[in-house]
Ligand binder design. Structure first.
Ligand code: C5P
Length: 236
């Protein structure tokens, strides 16, 4: 299935304020493919908040990055399903049994299922941090290793930084879904993101979905910003 440029964009609504998130989502419907709600939103507003956002009518990536013993993660996945998210994620570092149980928790339910993806190494961690944690691989090697493990456990894809797209694609193949934050159009402020790529370069490199927050949510005109990004992806 070929995605339209708009469908590729998930806007990150990083706010604890439901009213603000709802206002942005209502404005952006038709101009982005979905919304990403993370811990900042979820801890403040819970499942009720997620349901309110889902009612706007856009796919919801529920970015809660589950990481616990296999039984607990499987339970968390089952508890999330009534919210009908389009994407759910777990930490690959939880191990293969945890990822397989998460997969099984989804497969046991009939009907439309969310995409189940893994987080590998947080982009806030570098080689030295991994060494401190007892991991002797470089961050990039560890990312590719965990992506490959996630694939072998039946996960649908991975969240990765723009710079990890090519090595993961090379190892995990064309059908593994790559969801990529750290995106900055040339005309947007960088903010605290360091390893960034433009939307067009990320798609050219092999990203499936782009997670974009402040370049859209912080723009004077969020709809115009989302349209401009979709236009930049139009010819690819
Ligand atoms: O505003 P900005 O475009 O930087 O937002 C990016 C979103 O993607 C945020 O929700 C952030 O938490 C998330 N993210 C990230 N880098 C990762 C994983 C997630 O920026 N490695």
């Amino acid at each position: 299935m070929t995605l339209t440029p708009t469908e590729r964009i998930y806007v990150a609504l990083d706010t604890p304020d439901t009213a603000k998130a709802l206002e942005l989502a209502k404005q952006l419907i038709g101009h982005v493919g979905g919304v990403k709600l993370g811990k900042e939103f979820f801890v403040a507003n819970g499942p009720e908040g997620v349901r309110a956002l889902a009612e706007v009518g856009m796919p919801v990536f529920l970015d809660l990055k589950f990481h616990d013993i296999p039984n607990t993660v499987a339970g968390a996945i089952s508890s999330a399903l009534p919210l009908s998210p389009s994407i759910l994620n777990v930490h690959a570092c939880g191990g293969s049994e945890m990822m397989r149980k998460a997969r099984t928790a989804l497969d046991e339910v009939s009907g439309e299922k969310p995409m189940l993806i893994a987080v590998t190494v947080l982009t806030s961690l570098g080689d030295d941090d991994l060494h401190e944690l007892g991991v002797d691989k470089t961050a990039e090697d560890q990312v590719v290793h965990l992506a490959s493990l996630a694939k072998s456990c039946g996960l649908d894809g991975i969240v990765c930084s723009p710079h990890e797209i090519k090595p993961i694609r090379a190892v995990c193949g064309p059908d593994f879904k790559l969801v990529v934050p750290g995106i900055r159009p040339t005309w947007a402020a960088t903010g605290d993101q360091k390893r960034i790529t433009t939307p067009a370069d990320a798609i050219r490199d092999g990203a499936d979905y782009l997670v974009i927050g402040r370049p859209i949510t912080g723009a004077d005109d969020p709809v115009a910003a989302a349209k401009r990004i979709a236009d930049e992806l139009g010819g690819l």
